[in-house]
Design a protein around this ligand. Structure first.
Ligand SMILES: NC(=O)c1ccc[n+]([C@@H]2O[C@H](COP(=O)([O-])OP(=O)(O)OC[C@H]3O[C@@H](n4cnc5c(N)ncnc54)[C@H](OP(=O)(O)O)[C@@H]3O)[C@@H](O)[C@H]2O)c1
Length: 256
């Protein structure tokens, strides 16, 4: 053994996941904690966060909750203070919080535009900036931004969401270049449609059949697919990787 497996361990690492109250964020928080990370899970819904934290502590792992709205920079500053107070450091930041509507571009309202952009792009940027400053002081850190296959491909009804995710992937490259001298690796994880409870109803019938026809490996993404990728991008195993968007999409983007 050359110790390769141990490079994937996250024992002693401190990780924050935004939007961790449900869906992919919840699964990623549980997944990272399962390989040793101490967690701070954040979103706007305290009750749901408590339930996720219980799942983590029931596994014998540490989880703190912090209620924050990523569209409010003062909330992110408060989260930074909380991280430093509780753990004194931050190794892993998963920017997962997102908001989407599925509507033709003609029908998008001003408020819907703001919610998608302010949550998924502006909020993500200020989480990178404000929480990433902890990593800069340490000269090491891993940031994982949730992108999507729609950063590189399009379906009707997802115009603004696709623009946000293209922005996320490009911003990821820009921050990777700028922050490499500080030891901060910035990558994006881009899933195809993922079987989470919040999407289960939407992923049926004709829509499901269409999605499956676009995915060469013939199935939707499972939470485990994303967890394994997030563990890799969070761990020392990926220390020479930065600025990448890693598609976890069964071949969707490759198919064009
Ligand atoms: N599911 C998919 O098929 C899929 C595919 C590709 C990419 N993605 C991306 O993966 C991420 C998670 O998707 P999901 O399907 O799991 O979403 P989801 O089930 O709708 O959950 C969204 C999460 O974001 C949080 N959130 C929303 N607005 C927030 C805000 N202003 N401040 C803080 N937290 C906020 C929500 O928590 P609270 O309501 O408690 O705040 C919730 O925990 C998103 O970035 C999404 O674009 C998802």
């Amino acid at each position: 053994m050359n110790g390769y497996l141990s490079k994937f361990e996250l024992s002693g690492k401190v990780a924050v996941v935004t939007g961790a109250s449900e869906g992919i964020g919840r699964d990623l928080a549980i997944g990272l904690s399962s390989v040793g990370a101490d967690m701070i899970i954040s979103s706007r819904n305290e009750q749901k966060l408590r339930e996720v934290a219980s799942e983590i502590t029931n596994m014998g792992r540490r989880a703190e909750i912090f209620v924050a709205d990523v569209t409010k920079q003062e909330n992110i500053e408060d989260l930074k203070r909380y991280i430093l107070d509780r753990y004194g450091k931050l190794d892993i930041l998963v920017n997962n919080a997102g908001f989407t509507v599925n509507k033709m571009a003609w029908d998008i309202t001003d408020n819907e535009w703001d919610l998608m952009v302010d949550t998924g792009l502006k909020g993500l940027f200020f989480c990178c900036q404000i929480l990433g400053s902890i990593m800069r002081a340490q000269n090491y850190g891993k940031i994982i931004n949730l992108s999507s296959t729609f950063c590189r491909s399009l379906v009707p009804g997802r115009s603004v969401y696709a623009a946000v995710k293209a922005g996320v992937s490009h911003l990821t490259e820009a921050l990777a270049v700028e922050w490499a001298p500080h030891g901060i690796r910035v990558n994006a994880l881009a899933p195809t449609a993922t079987k989470t409870p919040s999407r289960a109803q939407a992923l049926q019938g004709d829509i499901l059949n269409y999605l499956l026809s676009r995915i060469p490996l013939g199935r939707l993404a499972e939470p485990d697919d994303l967890i394994c990728t997030a563990i890799f991008l969070s761990s020392a195993a990926s220390d020479f990787i930065t600025g990448q968007t890693l598609f976890v999409d069964g071949g969707w983007v490759a198919k064009g």
